[in-house]
Structures are given as structure tokens and as C-alpha cells.
Design a protein around this ligand. Structure first.
Ligand code: AMP
Ligand code: ZN
Length: 733
């Protein structure tokens, strides 16, 4: 039987069903005004593993997963920033219900792609308002709730064991996080059960306290009790649900029904992406759909989730996803090959030992990393291959990886089989050159050839393998070699972070390469995970322009990481970092090389900024010393990169990265100098203009915070510092 960490008991416990043979389980489901991202999906995969393990123990599992389609809609709109789509849909006359249906449909599709077993019931919150009102009425009747101004609040001090799940009793600490302090509450920890509708709100229902909508937590109390009763076995969610969502759910349900609400609470730790919390503003929110767009199989993500215990943070990277996909393809391929072998006997004891070890690991707090490691040990062991297949297929009842799905072997044509036989003939005659060239031909025709015990086999390449054939790509700047320790052998390197918009990218590159005068020049363009045809355009241009060098990133790696790839790969004495919205219209290189021959000048470009106080940067420096240079065009000597360092990769969005990098130069005593007479023009900056106001604010604020944290206490670096009495001279050569 499964043993699992119970957040309520704060220890690992054996699951004991309240009703013999039956487990009742509730999982906090998706909010359907946005897409569920891979972090959300990790949490649902954990619940699926719990369920599969219990089924293996012979239990029947009733699994409820709610669909959140009411409540904090307004807050979502304000916070999420990505809700241009919702606004557009509303503007198009779509109803809230239609929008929710679209997102719910995509959620169901992603769950199916990940082999997450369908819940027994997916109840929708908006269909359970009556049940929520019932619980609220009970809570008023038994003195656990009070009404004020059409709002209904849960009276936290009236519920003695409040805090038993999260240990959070000084709720005021976290109270302000989700909602502004509410003067109508008697106690700051009190939370909303029902909220009066504000004027103009159209998603609202009648209630004994007037028109309004339910608080955030009550939906789960209502739906759980409706489908599972007043008390049930297991409740799951992500760690962020522990407080306040689940703490409040316990309070509501136990105060209303007078019974222990849930016996086992299980929480999945969060998924980080590229080392950072997933956030729209960091550009590292990934969807299953996007993994597919980039050639991955969704089940590779499921495999990846097995490599880290559910209770630990997991750092998602495309590098690790690639490894997971390779491992998964390898397992499937072995099963396919081994299934064709004759059955042999022997090693029965070891086989049985593997089986038992496997299920013990699974049942010991879902230790899938160990179970997976053991699986590979078994795969490489001496037991008969057919026994391995049987074990793998049994383990797959837990893994849910479709291991019996051959990597499309059967799609190999008779032609390919014949070619393989011919190749085999050449090998037998030790004509390896011909054999290799046939193999090479098959590879370029889209097949992978494996030489195995029973002779050569070919399988069609997976979508990821085909994509990787199209062009090599990197998953982070760490995968790129740095040439910065080698001497420059060109006059100039242009660097362009291409974040999409192919026509802008083309205009910018043409400008770079058409006005080079007598200088030797290269242009390094980083295709920053585009899916809008920019990658294809760059491949095409690269085949025609010898000065152009393209590096593809397999996902959006962010602005600083992308530019760092350019810096590390550069070979020009001077570097010019450009933005796709800027266009060079004449010779700027003479002027740059002349200006940068002054060793006191670190950064030079047309569009300078100045600030009196670090808080506000103004576009007013046309000529002479500036505090920073805008990234539309900034030039510096390559050799100084070793001195000032690379750009800080926490800047995934461009904003303020340029200022930050300029301060790295200033910190080393260099000046930043502007000359707006350089022949350049600026076009619409679509990376900015295509964001909505929410997104702009959030993205800018976060990056500005990063800048201030590092440089806020260095007003001595400002050009205005002279005026306010800082001794600037010591920083100059
Ligand atoms: P939501 O749609 O925000 O209600 O989240 C759905 C589920 O995903 C909840 O159980 C959350 O706790 C969980 N969750 C949210 N963010 C993450 C993340 N980054 N990693 C893992 N789970 C998450
Ligand atoms: Zn919930």
C-alpha cells in the first residue's frame, strides 16, 4: 500500500482507506481563463501517480477534479497580464462560458496527451453555486460566519484548529498577499465566503445576502462534499494551495459538517523553468502545446517528472527534456526489439526481485526517481529480454508512458528493409565504406539505423530528431563555446537577438551588411526560440550571406542569454549590439571605431539616456556623456567584455538590461557616450508595442527592480554625480 507524506500529519503515512477497498480523492483542478502550464501539469501528474499506485493495490479510486470557472475572475484579469485573449474574446461577443469551454477543452486535451487518467467527475464551480450557498447558510447558522455589507466572511477565531494544515496562525502575515486588507473583516485572518457584486459586474448570482459571487475556497468545500461526502480520504494540490486555499477549505468544511474533512493532504512542489519561477513576466511559462511545437513528445515531460520526487522543486530545462525524450525513445525501442525475440526462461528470482523492489519504491512516498533508476538497472541486467519486456509493461501501468508504443517501426517501408539487407551484405564483405554511405543515406532520408544482435534495424526519426536535423539548436548560453579568450580577427561583430518578426529581422540584417565601408564584419544572429518563421528566414539568409552566422535556440532563452551567445561567439574587435526595430542607413562603423579608440569610452551609440536619481531615465542625451545607451544600438570593444563580464541572464526581457550592462561598464570606470547623428533610424518596436499595458508594467517593473537592487546605491556612477559632489574622477582613467 502507498505510503505518502501527509501535509496534515507532517510525516509519511500509510494510506488507510476509510471505506475498505475504496479511495475517495479530490484534486484542485484548473482555472479555465488561461492555459494550464507544465507546472500545473506536474501537479496533476503527481495525483495520477497516486491514483495508479492505489489501483495497483487493488483499490477502486473515485477521483474528483474541479474546474474553476467563477470567483476571482476579475483578479485574474488584473494580474495575469496575458489576458489580451480574454479581452479580445469578450470584445468579439464571446461569453465567459464560451471562453471557459475553450480553456477547459485544452486542459482535457493536455491531460490526455500526458496519459493522466480522466477524473471520475470534473465538476464545474459555476454549476455548484447552490451547494456553496448551502454551506454558507450552515456556517451562519452555527456561528462560524457573519455578514457585512452583502459580503459573507468566515469567522476564523471561531474555528479552534485553524492553522493545523499550514501552521500559519498569524494569518495577517499572508493576508495582504492576495487581497487588500478589508476593513469589514473582524479579524484580518477572516476570509470571504461570498462577495457582493460590484456595480457593472456581470458574472454574479442571487443569494440570501444579495447578488454576488463565491469566495475563492468555498467551491472546493462544496464540490468535494457533494461528490465525496462530508469526509474523504485524499486531497491533492500544489504547495501554493496549502495556505490559504486548503487551510480555509478545512475550516469551512469542518465547521459546517463537524467531521474531519480529509485524512491525507498531498502537495506537489513547484516546477521552475530555466531556474526561475514560471511567470509571464520572465517569459518562461511553457505549455504542453509549446513542447509539441518544438518537436517534443508530451510523454517526455511525464518521463522528466519521474526524475524528481514530487515533494522537491523541479527545475525544467529543455536540455533535461531532450535527455528525457531520448531515454523514453530508447525504452520504447528496446521493447519493440525485444518483443520479437523468442521467449527464454531463467533468472526468475531476479525478475521477481525487480518487481518487488519496483513497487516498494513506488509505495515509499512515490519514489519514482529510484524506481526509474532501478528500471534502467533492470534493462541492463542479465535477465531474459522477454522478461524485461514483461516487467517494463507492468511498470508502465504506473509510469503511464505508453512504453508499448513502438517508435513507429512498422512504418518502415519494404524499400528500407531491402536497403538494410544490401547494407548488411557490404558489411559482411567488410566493405564498410559502402555500408556507411548507405547508412548515411538512410539517416538523411529520416531513419535511425541501429545495429543489434539480430542485425540492423531502422526506425523513422521522431519529430524531435527530424527537427534537430533541420538545424542544430542550443537550450542555453552554457551550451555555447566562448571565444572571448582568443584574439579578434575581424573589425566588427554585429549581434542581433532575433525574438521574432521576420521582416524586421531581415531589414536589420540588411542594414548591418550594406554599409560596412572598408571594415571586415560578421553578423551573429540568435534565433531566440521563434516559431513564426524567423528561424527559416535566417537559415535562408545564412546560405546567401557569408558574413551571417545564425545560432538557433530551441526555446525562448531570454534577451540576456541570447546576447551573451553573440558576445561569446564574436570575433570582431568592436561589437555592435542591435535591436530588430533599428535600421542602419549609412556608415556608422567609421565613427564607432574612431570613438572607441578612446580608451576612456566604454559604450557608444546613438540613443543615450540620463537620469538624475536612478529612478527615471530620460531620452535626452544626443551628444556626449550619458548614463546609459539604449539597446537599439550599442557599441563597445570586445576586449572589455572580459573585464566587465557578460550580461546578467536574469534579464529575460530586454527592458533595462541595456542600462544594467552600461552600469557594468561604468562600474569599471568607463564612460558611456552618445551621438545621435549616426545614420540610423528606429521603426516600430514590436516587442514592446504588441504587449498590453499590464504586461508592460509588470515586465518593466521586475527588470527595473533587478537593476535597482544591483546599482541603486551607486549614484556615484551617474554623470550628474559631479554636480552633486561625488568624486567621479577616480573612476576615470
Ligand atoms: P491554478 O490553475 O493556478 O489553480 O493551479 C492549478 C494547480 O497547479 C494547483 O494545484 C496549483 O497549486 C498548481 N501549480 C501552480 N503553479 C505551479 C507550478 N509552478 N508548479 C507546479 N504546480 C503548480
Ligand atoms: Zn481547491
Amino acid at each position: 500500500m502507498l505510503h505518502i507524506y501527509n501535509t496534515l500529519a507532517k510525516r509519511v503515512e500509510e494510506i488507510q482507506p476509510a471505506t475498505p477497498g475504496l479511495i475517495e480523492m479530490y484534486t484542485c483542478g484548473p482555472t479555465v481563463y488561461r492555459d494550464a502550464h507544465i507546472g500545473n501539469m506536474r501537479t496533476y501528474i503527481m495525483a495520477d501517480w497516486i491514483r495508479r499506485s492505489l489501483i495497483h493495490s487493488g483499490l477502486k479510486v473515485i477521483h474528483i477534479k474541479n474546474i474553476t470557472d467563477v470567483g476571482h475572475m476579475r483578479q485574474e484579469l488584473a494580474e495575469a497580464g496575458g489576458d489580451k485573449m480574454i479581452m479580445a474574446a469578450l470584445a468579439e461577443g464571446k461569453t465567459i462560458q464560451e471562453i471557459a469551454d475553450v480553456y477547459a477543452g485544452r486542459f482535457f486535451r493536455d491531460e490526455a496527451r500526458l496519459n493522466i487518467m480522466e477524473a471520475t467527475v470534473f465538476p464545474w464551480a459555476s454549476h455548484h453555486i447552490a451547494e456553496m450557498l448551502d454551506i454558507n447558510t450552515k456556517l451562519i447558522a452555527n456561528g462560524h460566519a457573519y455578514e457585512k455589507g452583502g459580503n459573507l466572511y468566515f469567522d476564523v477565531p471561531s474555528f479552534e484548529s485553524y492553522g493545523k494544515l499550514s501552521n500559519n496562525i498569524g494569518g495577517d502575515l499572508l493576508e495582504g498577499v492576495r487581497s487588500e486588507a478589508d476593513p469589514m473583516k473582524r479579524d484580518p485572518r477572516d476570509f470571504t465566503l461570498w462577495k457582493a457584486a460590484e456595480p457593472g459586474r456581470d458574472v454574479k448570482w442571487d443569494s440570501p445576502w444579495g447578488p454576488g459571487f463565491p469566495g475563492w475556497h468555498i467551491e472546493c468545500s462544496a464540490m468535494a462534499s457533494k461528490y465525496l461526502g462530508e469526509s474523504f480520504d485524499i486531497h491533492t494540490g500544489g504547495v501554493d494551495n496549502v495556505f490559504p486555499h486548503h487551510e480555509d477549505e478545512i475550516a469551512q468544511s469542518e465547521a459546517a459538517f463537524g467531521k474531519q474533512h480529509v485524512n491525507y493532504w498531498v502537495h506537489a512542489q513547484h516546477l521552475l523553468a530555466d531556474g526561475a519561477k514560471m511567470a509571464k513576466s520572465a517569459g518562461n511559462v511553457f505549455l504542453i502545446e509549446e513542447l509539441i511545437e518544438r518537436g517534443f513528445s508530451p510523454l517526455s515531460f511525464r518521463y522528466l517528472c519521474m526524475t524528481v520526487r514530487y515533494r522537491h522543486r523541479m527545475n525544467f530545462t529543455f536540455t533535461s527534456l531532450k535527455a528525457a525524450e531520448k531515454a523514453l525513445t530508447g525504452l520504447r525501442h528496446r521493447i519493440w526489439l525485444w518483443s520479437q525475440e523468442p521467449e527464454t526462461s531463467g533468472h526468475e528470482t531476479e525478475t521477481e526481485e525487480y518487481r518487488q523492489r519496483f513497487w516498494n519504491m513506488v509505495e515509499s512516498d512515490l519514489d519514482l526517481p529510484s524506481a526509474l533508476a532501478m528500471t534502467w538497472e533492470m534493462v541492463r541486467s542479465e535477465i531474459p529480454n522477454r522478461a524485461k519486456v514483461a516487467l517494463l509493461l507492468e511498470f508502465d501501468q504506473m509510469f503511464g508512458l505508453d512504453l508499448d508504443k513502438a517508435p513507429a517501426e512498422n512504418a518502415v517501408t519494404a524499400n528500407v528493409t531491402e536497403t538494410l539487407t544490401i547494407r548488411g551484405g557490404h558489411r559482411e564483405q567488410s566493405d564498410y565504406a559502402t555500408a556507411d554511405s548507405i547508412r548515411w543515406q538512410l539517416t538523411s532520408d529520416g531513419y535511425v539505423v541501429h545495429d543489434t544482435w539480430s542485425g540492423p534495424h531502422a526506425r523513422p526519426k521522431t519529430p524531435l530528431e527530424l527537427r534537430q536535423d533541420k538545424w542544430a539548436s542550443v537550450s542555453s548560453s552554457r551550451e555555447v563555446e566562448s571565444h572571448l579568450d582568443k584574439p579578434a580577427d575581424l573589425d566588427f561583430t554585429f549581434i542581433l537577438n532575433a525574438y521574432g518578426y521576420p521582416s524586421d529581422v531581415k531589414r536589420c540584417i540588411d542594414g548591418m551588411l550594406q554599409h560596412t565601408g572598408n571594415h571586415s564584419v560578421e553578423a551573429i544572429v540568435i534565433d531566440n526560440g521563434s516559431t513564426d518563421g524567423t528561424g527559416e528566414l535566417l537559415e535562408e539568409m545564412q546560405s546567401q550571406l557569408p558574413e551571417l552566422k545564425v545560432v538557433h535556440a530551441d526555446h525562448v532563452i531570454g534577451d540576456a542569454a541570447s546576447k551573451n551567445i553573440g558576445l561569446m561567439q564574436s570575433r570582431g574587435r568592436n561589437i555592435v549590439v542591435m535591436d530588430g526595430s533599428a535600421e542602419i542607413t549609412g556608415n556608422i562603423l567609421d565613427s564607432i571605431s574612431e570613438t572607441l579608440s578612446d580608451p576612456t569610452i566604454g559604450i557608444f551609440g546613438p540613443w543615450g539616456l540620463s537620469t538624475p536619481d536612478m529612478q527615471h531615465f530620460h531620452e535626452e542625451v544626443d551628444d556626449g556623456d550619458a548614463d546609459a545607451m539604449q539597446a537599439y544600438c550599442m557599441a563597445f570593444r570586445r576586449e572589455e567584455v572580459n573585464k566587465v563580464g557578460l550580461m546578467r541572464e536574469c534579464f529575460r526581457f530586454y527592458r533595462n538590461l541595456d542600462i544594467d550592462y552600461c552600469f557594468q561598464f561604468k562600474d569599471k570606470g568607463f564612460r558611456v557616450v552618445a551621438d545621435s547623428s549616426l545614420p540610423l533610424v528606429r521603426h516600430e518596436h514590436r516587442q514592446w508595442t504588441e504587449l498590453d499595458d499590464n504586461q508592460r508594467d509588470e515586465l518593466s517593473r521586475k527588470n527595473f527592480g533587478r537593476f535597482l537592487k544591483r546599482w541603486g546605491n551607486r549614484p556615484d556612477l551617474l554623470i550628474a554625480a559631479d554636480a552633486v559632489g561625488f568624486d567621479n574622477q577616480k573612476f576615470h582613467h
